[in-house]
Design a binder for this molecule. Sequence first.
Ligand SMILES: Cc1ncc(COP(=O)(O)O)c(C=O)c1O
Length: 394
Amino acid sequence: MIGDIFSLVEAHEEWRGKKCLNLIPSENVMSPSVRRLLSSDFAHRYTSRDKFYRGTRFTDEIEALGEKFACDVFDAETADLRPLSGHIADLVFIAGFAKPGDTLMCVSAENGGYPGIWKQGLPSFLQLKLVEFPFSRQEMNIKVEEAQEVICEIKPNLIIFGASLFLFPHPVRELVETAEQVDAKIGFDGSHVLGLIGGREFQNPLQEGADALFGSTHKTFFGPQGGIILARKEYGEVLRRKVFPAFVDNAHWNRIVALTLALVEMKEFGRAYARQVIRNAQTLAKALADYGFPVACQHLGFTRSHQVWLNYGDYKKGGNIASRLEKANIIADSGVRLGTCEVTRRGMREQEMMKIAEYIKRIVMDNEDVEKVKHDVERLLQDFQRVHYCFDTK
Ligand SMILES: Cc1ncc(COP(=O)(O)O)c(C=O)c1O
């Protein structure tokens, strides 16, 4: 029995960790040092703001340090590292500022918004009304003038920018004034693009006028799985008081210590990393489009983020393609969104993106024997086993 656990982990590590080309845009790899901190003694310990638990002197220092680095990396006035996931960070912002019957405006799930803050997600549970941003499928972005009109008419209490299918910066700056006129709180769910924001290669929502930026710390941001809230002072302080005891009790301090180191990595290496992530996405998109794949937004240069969207129109077709790719150790989602964050962190650049596009074409278009492509994928990966953009040298 015990052996089964270890052998499953070993098999997973060998396959997903070493032999798979991971193009899931929601995943990344941690540096060896960040990963090591996850299993430090902090993994056993409790603490909470009311100081009920003792023995936290180093924990408190880590928390203060992490918050300081986070403010620095994101130009925030306050930072809170305690949310256990991006979803919980969304919950803190929404429940922190809205009451039942209030209206939340965001990108609909049909247009690539996060399903967790759409109809079946948090808003129904919190009894909120939902209004979708007017959205252009052509531009894969919010329509500014129409959004201004809807905001003036509906007067939403909360507006959340950001999405799960996220190719281009959202018009925060353009809509802030209108949002402020109706007294809406402005949030930005940066789960997907947090590492690009931290690397200063994407929009900076807080500088553009958002009240809070929140999301996951493990997609383009290369930390442990978890959440974060960054905010302007007056909003951050309100949310901080809500996090404990309403939404997080024990904040998982091994995660926070690991996140603190990942923040330092982001400060030091984030710019080069984020720039390469975007370049890689643009290169992959163009190569796939040249092969005839239905890559979205060609007229806009395909993407300004880590994502490339193969628009097959429905998940069934997308799922079929993702299954075929998986047989050759190329891991994607049914969307079909392809993300370049993990391959970039493993050191891949433009020439490898051309190879990846070719592998995808051989599977999807040429119907080549998957074993042959899998062999080439595994051979490519042999040269990319080390994590880059970090202090570790091995
Ligand atoms: C935009 C967005 N927000 C929030 C989440 C939830 O993040 P987590 O998985 O960290 O809870 C996701 C998940 O993919 C997402 O895409």
